[in-house]
Design a protein. Structure first.
Lengths: 355, 313
């Protein structure tokens, strides 16, 4: 029989050790999954690391994936702090990308680049925020479960995107493929490094992380969402306006996911299409959780997960290991992390005959 | 047979039942898990695990029923991972469920790649029930189906009976309503929750397996396409009652069937907008259902999502 004894406070050592051990065990679990395909996991992992961190170019590709993860996870942290389970970054990312694309396709190519990019970024934030405010309003006014509403909105957003790509926004010159017209240069986020795809979104991500960090640690809003997250009833008795905070938190959370979607289009893909990687919205949930909801740690974890994803694309092409291994490893890490958190809350002892 | 309006409607409704069966299994499974106090949001993951392993087993053995059993068990095994983390280790239920979904989608995409576009050689046989199938209208809709559909009818009735009329049913509802009182009554709360979470996994696996061994007998990555999430929503629609789940599942099965029928008939409505309908309608219905549940003070099991810590008295 296992005996649980509550811990009063958690040592820093434990706080660092649990995520690290979780990542290690997650990789072990992934290795076991790989063994079943009669492949040597060490070769796969070697190729994965090589595909993610071995050269300036591969590392730059890792950063390219890290950018949306940084932006989305920073936003998710705000929502998760108040126990609002925003699983809808996937949809908010898509709607942000669509809003931004509207301006990219409809503004003259002669418009000044900084002006158009500013408009597009604001549109991306607005789109994501509006999509995030739907579940926020439903939760605040009618207590509609946000996990279900945000998830269903993800599918609805995906079909809106498909409708646009097979209908009004399809480029007549794309030979029937569901692609929009390519973005003109003035609608493309500038690159930061020559011969890489690392774009200005990285700077936007770092700014977002700093703002979110200040917001949640130094402001009244940050204090209030923490109280709501820990004890909703206490927050209500303490006179905290829960409705207002849900709205603000989800506007930020959705807005950053929308900005991530816009940045991915404007910085990397340069046109709207159906495959714009909204799945980062799910990966970012793992990133946020692995970072104990600390946006600065999440920024670095995003780079590690960016490496996992970028390396995953590489091994798929180089040694034909299906990309699904990345999701398998990511979810295994999350399982170990969730299970491991018990060591933060309790001392566990083995006893016979407890009753 | 002449293609009259009636035959078209009957065909559509018969498809509705099959399409609804995919949702019916996971919905009733989740109703029981939630009744016991466990909010398992990993249905989508368990469904796709059931769909994949069910498909592979049916393909190798050439026996759809064996595939169905294997897929069902695979869903149950996946639920046990979740149960260990969320019940024994008291991990966050929402995030554990998501992890289970990401795991299911990842592992089936990893192992499933070489099975993509494989089809089962034979479709599942239709079994005409003598007598009942002769009832006008109802007969051809409900009693010219396959064995798995018949199994689902019996299952829903049996589950309704278990939930409201038997001791395990009382224990399970007590564990979800008031775990401490249930414990005092002598109910082993965590064992009850383990069992019904496992059962929920079996059912999610069954729904997924029915999809790939009977409804759409081929393998595609992500073939469950969010049905697991629709099932989570249907639990609220059903107000945690297995009989209502039957209505909800068929309603959504009907929307899916109708949408395919419309697409096949060459309508001018863009197919992406038609494909959106099940999700959009679930979204609207979930809002209405939440309002009804609130107005009637029905509500979710009171301790849904709360881990039971016996020593914290």
């Amino acid at each position: 029989m296992l005996l649980f004894e509550k811990r009063e406070n958690v040592s820093t050592k434990l706080k660092v050790a649990i995520p690290l051990i979780s990542v290690f065990l997650g990789l072990v679990a992934g290795a076991i999954a790989i063994l079943f395909t009669r492949t040597n996991p060490l070769i796969v992992y070697q190729a994965l690391v090589k595909g993610a961190f071995s050269s300036v170019y591969t590392f730059s590709e890792t950063l390219v994936v890290a950018i949306p993860l940084i932006l989305i996870s920073a936003g998710l942290i705000v929502a998760f702090k108040m126990n609002f389970w925003n699983i809808g970054a996937y949809g908010q990312y898509i709607i942000g990308a669509i809003f931004g694309t509207f301006f990219a396709l409809n503004m003259p190519a002669t418009m000044s680049r900084p002006l158009l990019l500013t408009i597009m970024c604001l549109a991306g934030i607005l789109g994501g925020a509006l999509w995030g405010l739907i579940p926020a309003a439903l939760k605040a006014f009618w207590e509609v479960n946000e996990v279900i509403s945000t998830l269903l909105l993800n599918y609805i957003a995906l079909y809106i995107l498909k409708y646009l790509m097979y209908g009004p926004w399809r480029n007549p010159a794309s030979h029937g493929f569901p692609l929009s017209k390519p973005f003109e240069l003035n609608a493309q986020l500038p690159r930061l490094l020559m011969r890489t795809r690392v774009h200005l979104g990285l700077i936007l991500g770092i700014i977002a992380v700093i703002i979110v960090y200040i917001l949640i640690t130094k402001t009244k809003f940050g204090y209030e969402i923490r109280v709501i997250g820990e004890n909703k009833r206490a927050a209500r008795y303490g006179g905290i306006n829960i409705t207002k905070n849900i709205f603000i938190a989800m506007a930020i959370s959705g807005g950053l996911a929308g900005l991530a979607g816009l940045a991915q289009l404007s910085g990397v893909i340069h046109m709207l299409q159906i495959e714009i990687n909204p799945g980062y919205g799910y990966t970012a949930i793992i990133v946020a959780w692995l970072s104990s909801l600390n946006p600065i740690i999440a920024m670095f974890v995003s780079v590690i997960f960016g490496g996992l994803e970028a390396g995953g694309y590489q091994i798929q092409m180089a040694i034909r290991v299906p990309f699904g291994i990345v999701g398998t490893i990511e979810s295994a890490v999350l399982f170990f992390l969730l299970g491991g958190e018990i060591f933060k809350r309790y001392r566990i002892k083995l006893r016979r005959n407890t009753s | 047979m002449k293609l009259t309006a009636t035959t078209i409607i009957i065909t559509l409704l018969a498809t509705t039942v099959r399409s609804g069966t995919i949702l019916l299994f996971p919905t009733v499974g989740e109703i029981f898990a939630e009744r016991s106090g466990i909010l398992n949001l990993g249905i989508e993951g368990m469904m796709i695990i059931g769909a994949f392993f069910g498909f592979v087993a049916a393909y190798i053995t050439k026996n759809p029923y064996l595939g169905f059993v294997v897929g069902t068990l695979a869903g149950g095994v996946a639920a046990l991972i979740y149960a260990f983390i969320s019940i024994t280790l008291r991990g966050n239920q929402v995030v554990s469920g998501l992890a289970l979904t990401i795991f299911g989608l990842g592992i089936t995409s990893f192992y499933g790649q070489r099975w993509i576009n494989n089809k089962l050689p034979e479709s599942i046989p239709t079994v005409v029930i003598p007598g009942l199938s002769k009832i006008p209208f109802i007969g051809p809709v409900f009693f010219r189906q396959d064995y798995i559909v018949y199994f689902s009818y019996i299952l829903v009735l049996a589950l309704w009976f278990i939930l409201y009329k038997t001791k395990p049913g009382i224990h399970l509802r007590a564990a979800g309503q008031n775990a401490r009182a249930a414990d005092a009554m002598g109910v082993n709360v965590n064992a009850t929750r383990y069992f019904w979470t496992f059962f929920g996994g079996l059912m999610a696996g069954a729904g997924g397996a029915y999809l790939t061994v009977a409804y759409a007998p081929f393998w595609l990555e992500g073939i469950t396409a969010g049905r697991g999430w629709i099932a989570v929503a249907l639990v609220i629609f059903a107000m945690w009652n297995p009989i209502n789940a039957l209505i909800g599942a068929y309603l959504f099965g009907g929307i899916t069937a109708l949408q395919f029928q419309l697409q096949a008939s060459g309508t001018t409505i863009p197919s992406s907008l038609l494909s959106m309908q099940p999700y959009l309608l679930t979204f609207i219905i979930i809002i209405i259902a939440t309002l009804i549940v609130r107005a009637r003070h029905l509500g979710a099991p009171k301790e849904l999502g709360t881990p039971y810590a016996r020593e914290e008295k």
